[in-house]
Design a protein around this ligand. Structure first.
Ligand SMILES: [Zn+2]
Length: 239
């Protein structure tokens, strides 16, 4: 591995001289084989790399079922099923928690489908890892350990707030990217005045629908992540 990624500060936890690997900020398994080259990489320590891999495995096993992007059917068949076949506990949890649900289809009317239990905390945690990785990758901005990150599903109100912030003159260095034919899309900007303030919007699998368990009835297609100095958040609980 190149020296660029070894013995450096881990972008995820901020511990100095601990990186032992080049971590793909968005795991390569998210993408079809043709799209796997040249994706963002950052220096990461072993512990963070492992913690992030666990989250990725969960998201990759569950979330493509709600995905919209072209080829997601193939992805479920070729990638998700083999992954689930190796994970008895997760497969059982999904089978026990699945519920019938009706979907409206313009051509055929109501159709029966299925909703799967989904641990939104895992997606939120993974998204904060990704935001830390992208901040370093695009701007050389090391957020950990001084900044804390918060992640939420995007409610309609959250979306309005986010757009206002994104368009505010204090936010600069805008990034707007689509990776792997739309499998992962994100936007990011950071504050000119407060170096640790950044905001991100991410959508997975072409905008898979995310049910928000905290706000029943509201669903979202993307995740919002914000960072700032840990002393500036109103309460102690951070993700
Ligand atoms: Zn680390």
């Amino acid at each position: 591995m190149s020296k660029k990624y070894r013995g450096k500060t881990c972008v995820y936890c901020g511990l100095e001289k601990t990186s032992s690997t080049a971590d793909h900020v968005i795991a390569r398994q998210f993408f079809g084989v043709a799209d796997r080259g040249n994706q963002p990489k950052v220096p990461a320590c072993e512990a963070c790399n492992n913690a992030k891999s666990q989250l990725e495995l969960y998201i990759l096993s569950v979330m493509p079922m709600g995905g919209l992007q072209k080829g997601v059917g193939d992805m479920i068949l070729n990638q998700v099923k083999p992954r689930l076949s190796k994970n008895d506990a997760l497969r059982a949890a999904l089978a026990n928690g699945s519920r019938p649900r009706f979907f409206w289809n313009l051509e055929t009317g109501w159709q029966e489908g299925m909703t799967l239990p989904f641990d939104g905390d895992k997606l939120a945690k993974l998204s904060t890892f990704i935001a830390r990785g992208l901040a370093w990758y695009h701007w050389g901005l090391q957020l950990a350990p001084v900044a804390d990150m918060r992640a939420n599903m995007f409610s309609a109100r959250g979306e309005e707030y986010w757009e206002n912030a994104w368009n505010h003159p204090d936010f600069v260095d805008h990034i707007d990217a689509v990776l792997g034919s739309g499998v992962f899309q994100y936007r990011g900007a950071r504050s000119r005045k407060s170096p640790l303030v950044s905001l991100w919007q991410m959508s997975y699998f072409g905008g898979a629908t995310l049910g928000d368990t905290a706000q029943r009835g509201e669903s979202a297609r993307s995740i919002f992540v914000a960072s700032q100095h840990r002393d500036n958040w109103p309460s102690a609980a951070a993700t």
